[in-house]
Design a protein. Structure first.
Length: 182
């Protein structure tokens, strides 16, 4: 191969592989050693992450359901946080779901609770209206969290944007789910 051809071939190789002379990709390089951190090291509240036994379960001194003040939604269609205490309401089990007892639409009005939204009574995967609560929404506290009065461990600079004022206090996920798709 002539020197000229070799130079062209080399240039092409660099262009095609995106390599510059000092970035050599070593094939079969050994993986980086795992960083040895325990669950306790990773927890901001210094509680073992696997049990969360010491994690706060409720708002400090939060009023009972019926006496609390609703909090603004964190962003449009965010799951609202639980404003009341959850004393005696957790854990949710297969046989007992006190949250649903008050928040199912047919019960909510009588107790003055926000009724569950349409999305919780609909099987989104199979696009089917359900008679009752969707299984995917059974475990309320997976998404709705009790609040604790603690100091901010990491500064949060997020500022939400709502397309409509009502969405600060009401959700409509099922109505707008396919927005921009169809
Ligand atoms: C005894 C009835 C009752 C039970 C049980 C109950 N709630 Fe409530 N919940 C209410 C009422 C009433 C409100 C409205 C605020 C108030 O008056 O305290 C409310 C408010 C809420 C809100 C805020 C809704 C919004 O519009 O911002 C969420 C979220 C919520 N509850 C979730 C739960 C979850 C999760 C559970 C189970 C751990 C639960 N609730 C158990 C009655 C209840
Ligand atoms: C998989 C996550 C998830 C689970 C589980 C879940 N929710 Fe929600 N919830 C949401 C989201 C997201 C919204 C807001 C968007 C929407 O669905 O309309 C919401 C909204 C709500 C609202 C506000 C309704 C409104 O009109 O503004 C209530 C009340 C509520 N949920 C209660 C419950 C209760 C009670 C349970 C358990 C029986 C539950 N949710 C389980 C995610 C969840």
């Amino acid at each position: 191969m002539s020197v000229k051809l070799f130079a062209i071939a080399l240039t092409l190789l660099f262009v095609l592989t995106g390599c510059s002379g000092d970035q050599v990709v070593v094939k079969d390089a050994p993986p980086a050693p795992p960083v040895e951190l325990s669950g306790d090291d990773l927890s901001y509240r210094n509680e073992p992450l696997l049990t969360e036994l010491g994690a706060p379960q409720t708002v400090f001194d939060a009023p009972d359901p019926g006496d609390s003040e609703l909090a603004e939604r964190s962003f449009e269609n965010a799951p609202p946080v639980i404003p009341h205490n959850v004393d005696g309401l957790l854990p949710i089990t297969g046989d007992e779901n006190s949250c649903a007892d008050c928040h199912l639409p047919e019960e909510a009005e009588d107790v003055g609770a926000t009724p569950m939204p349409a999305s919780h009574l609909y099987d989104i995967r199979r696009e089917t209206q359900l008679e009752g609560l969707a299984g995917a929404n059974y475990n309320c506290t997976q998404c709705h969290t009790p609040q604790a009065n603690t100091t901010e461990l990491v500064e949060n600079t997020f500022s939400p944007y709502y397309r409509a004022k009502e969405q600060k206090e009401r959700s409509n996920l099922l109505d707008i789910l396919n927005e921009g798709v169809e």
